[in-house]
Write a new protein. Structure first.
Length: 445
């Protein structure tokens, strides 16, 4: 936490056409008055209108800039906010930031602008989280989901559930207040029906976690197999360009190579790995150890075999629960008898044969039908944790009611469910989860 007026460079570091420096907080406009020279002082200019002028440090002109003032509460942070667009040089932006600091602002922490937007009620927590998702989105579906979440779709669904829980709790409390002998059978049925309904909605949201994880992080697909099978060739084919070195020398790939492709909007993180064989070479063995580590984290294994060569002797046992697709590569060459009756997808990276079938198979294996639904609502791990606790509380309440125990017990669970659901959209300002959430942002966002 920390109040005051903050400043940061909001554009990415490096040379660019323009860069943006932002100042937010009670002194933002005063700060701008101290460093901006133009026809009008920032404190006199109309909100949301751009003005041309110069940023100065003492007598020295640092750059010609365009400035705009966004007066509270009509700004991203709901505070007074000033945006300075300057030339996109590394040094010039650093000097403008430094002028802002000399004028009274302090350096913003990562995500502090968005954190203020959240704390000032401009957005709920799911929307703040959507800001990172949107910046990181690598495929169309991931982007759509982030945009919907930023628009408040997930927050709205969660608030509907919260409202139902509030109504449910009010009924339980009424039952406690007005009846001597607990909840009557009629009332009990109604309360049971209510909780069942809410429970259903919570489970439906929980079920979106898997696709949320896939949209945000992608499916980890590890390309695995013996040396020279054509693993790097497969990576290059799926990517559409020559990313990895391919050669007839076994043991070409040493380090793991990771690239993301989009299969019908589903992000797939392809990992090309060092081929497996008994090797005395220290570097190659380090590469093979990395292959084993990747397998442990895989969602999907693309097991590549050279179908023109005999079955390798040393295919180590793997420790992985991932789905696996067996690929007999080099189908352009005569098949070795060892593979003749093998159930597998036959492909040729050289002749570019069977690759469309492989893409189809990948999509089927990961259940892509569930991933491309109408609704792009998808919860993340933090939401799952909150909703999971809410679901457990509902289950306990149902059980308590079924056993006809005192409504006070039910009220405790109703309260727990309500609190857990509320945490999806808002946390107290001193909650440590907020710090870890906003620290994932870039500085200046
Ligand atoms: N005929 C034929 N050759 C292929 C095919 N795919 C790959 N190759 C050749 O097989 C050799 C090995 O290919 P790579 O892609 O480097 O194999 P790798 O599995 O990555 O090998 P390592 O990195 O050494 O483990 C190269 O000479 C490729 O040109 C194919 O479909 N048909
Ligand atoms: Mg390779």
């Amino acid at each position: 936490m920390g109040g005051g007026t903050i400043a940061a460079i909001s554009t990415a570091t490096g040379e660019g056409a323009i860069a943006l420096v932002r100042i937010s907080g009670p002194e933002a406009i005063d700060c701008a008055d101290r460093i901006f020279r133009g026809k009008q002082k920032p404190s006199d200019i109309q909100s949301h209108v751009q003005h041309l002028g110069h940023v100065t440090a003492g007598e020295r002109v640092l750059d010609q800039v365009v400035i705009s003032v966004h007066r509270a509460p009509q700004s991203y942070t709901a505070e007074d906010l000033v945006e300075i667009s300057c030339h996109g040089g590394v040094l010039v932006t650093a000097q403008i930031l430094s002028a802002c600091l000399d004028a009274g602002a302090r350096v913003a922490r990562p995500g502090e602008f968005t954190e203020r937007a959240y704390l000032n009620g401009k957005m709920d927590l799911t929307q703040a989280e959507a800001v990172i998702d949107l910046i990181r989105a690598q495929t169309d579906l991931a982007l759509r989901s982030a945009t919907e979440q930023l628009g408040g779709r997930l927050g709205d669904e969660v608030r509907t559930i919260r409202d139902e829980l509030i109504a449910w709790r009010a009924h339980i409390e009424a039952a406690i207040d007005f009846s001597e002998e607990g909840i009557g059978p009629d009332e009990g049925d109604k309360l049971q029906a209510r909780v069942a309904q809410v429970r259903e909605k919570i489970s439906a949201l929980l079920a979106t976690e898997q696709r949320g994880r896939i949209w945000r992080e992608g499916v980890r697909a590890v390309i695995y197999g013996p040396t020279n099978a054509g693993k790097s060739s497969l990576l290059n084919r799926l990517l559409g360009y020559e990313r990895a070195i391919v050669s007839h020398i076994p043991g070409t790939t040493r380090d793991t190579i990771e690239e993301v492709i989009s299969l019908r909007g589903v992000p797939i993180r392809l990992l090309d790995t060092a081929g497996l064989r008994d090797s005395q070479d220290e570097l190659e063995r380090a590469g093979i150890a990395r292959t084993e580590n990747s397998l442990a984290l895989a969602d999907l294994i693309l097991h590549v075999i050279d179908s023109s060569a005999p079955k390798p002797l040393c295919l180590a046992d793997r420790d992985s629960n991932a789905l696996e697709i067996l690929l007999l590569n080099k189908s352009d060459l005569p098949t070795h008898p060892d593979w003749r009756n093998c159930e597998a997808l036959r492909i040729s990276c050289l002749a570019e044969d069977g690759l469309a079938g492989l893409e189809e198979k990948i999509l089927t294996a990961i259940g892509a039908r569930h991933l491309t639904t109408e609704s792009a609502v998808a919860i993340n791990a933090r939401h799952r944790d909150c909703l999971g606790r809410a679901l457990e509380a509902c289950d306990r309440a149902q059980e308590t009611m079924a056993q006809n125990l005192s409504p006070e017990f039910v009220a405790v669970d109703a309260c727990a469910a309500l609190n857990a659901v509320t945490e999806v959209v808002s946390l107290e300002s001193d909650d440590p989860i907020l710090d870890s959430l906003f620290s994932q942002f870039c500085i200046g966002k």
